[in-house]
Design a binder for this molecule. Structure first.
Ligand code: GUN
Length: 295
């Protein structure tokens, strides 16, 4: 079994991003990212801190906007409008999920599609669906695809089973792996909580992607001998003995699955760091498109 080291690959990609940012700066352009957090969800606080820290470290102009959990829909829309109009900002990310009184879809459609570095705007989703290469593609699916490419795992003709149909991961990843060309050309099945006979469906997979948000949901019996397993899950399991009072676990029961898999991503240190690295890549891409200057 090979452990797929997402942390190491993310660091290599970040160093390439740093070089691109330096070249853009030499040409008078500083790529800018705005990371907006609404509320006090502990996981979202941690994620947005990481995104802001890494973007600053790589040389982006980074604005982190923390809004209280009482922030209204119209206040948030106003801030998005200001960021859309701000020429120093090339990428806008509003951390998901927002508090329940916020209609996330309305926020997503308010973001300028050219600055939509999450790739959640219907314009970008549509471009991905029709195979338009100018689509900004969601970061987690992009990270999964890069992990497969970098690990030399052939997707062309492969049976891929994705568990999870979210707009964040499952659906866009299916579109990405179905696309024609490198890192694509796969036969994709999207399974979910209502799928009948899930273990049997999963056992058909050459590449199994778990993005269902349930700790250790995928058991050893779901995995065909020699399959590749990509674990997108980041679940906080409370009350376990650790300093923080919780432990992070993926959607895959690691030990029993790893013993059957050809290759597997760990949690943490697999898909997570790749998501952040791809956000940085998307922000540089968005900046290049908006300015017409290439790094
Ligand atoms: N919440 C969990 N992952 C993501 C992500 O990639 N982008 C945003 N905006 N929110 C998230």
């Amino acid at each position: 079994m090979n452990l797929i080291d997402g942390k190491a690959l993310a660091e290599r990609i970040n160093e390439q991003t740093r070089v691109k940012i330096n070249r853009l700066k030499e040409r008078g352009i500083t790529p800018g990212l705005a990371v907006v957090l609404v509320g006090d969800d502990p996981a979202s606080i941690a994620y947005t801190r990481t995104k802001d820290r890494i973007s600053k470290n790589l040389g982006f102009f980074s604005r982190k906007i923390d809004l209280g959990k009482e922030t209204s829909q119209s206040e948030l829309l106003k801030i998005v409008g200001e960021l859309n109009a701000d020429p120093a900002i090339h990428g806008i990310l509003v951390q998901s999920p927002p508090p329940p009184h916020i209609d996330e879809e309305r926020i997503v459609v308010a973001i300028d599609p050219a600055k939509d570095v999450d790739g959640f705007h219907p314009m970008n989703v549509g471009k991905l669906a029709i195979g338009d290469p100018t689509a900004l593609v969601p970061c987690t699916p992009l990270g999964c695809q890069r992990l497969l490419l970098d690990s030399g795992i052939e997707t062309s003709g492969a049976q891929v089973v994705i568990i999870g149909r979210s707009m964040l991961v499952g659906k866009p990843l299916a579109l990405l792996l179905m696309r024609k060309g490198k890192g694509g050309d796969a036969t994709v099945t999207v399974a979910h909580s209502r799928s009948r006979d899930l273990a049997n469906v999963c056992r058909t997979a050459d590449i199994l992607v778990a993005a269902i948000g349930k700790p250790e949901f995928v058991r050893g019996e779901f995995v065909k001998e020699g399959a590749v397993v990509i674990d997108v899950g980041v679940n906080r399991v409370e009350g376990e003995s650790s300093e923080k009072g919780y432990r992070i676990t993926g959607d895959v029961a690691f030990e029993e699955t790893a013993s059957k898999a050809r290759a597997i991503t760990p949690v943490p240190g697999g898909v997570g760091p790749m998501t952040v690295a791809m956000l940085m890549v998307n922000t540089v891409t968005a900046c290049e498109h908006q300015t017409g200057v290439t790094g």
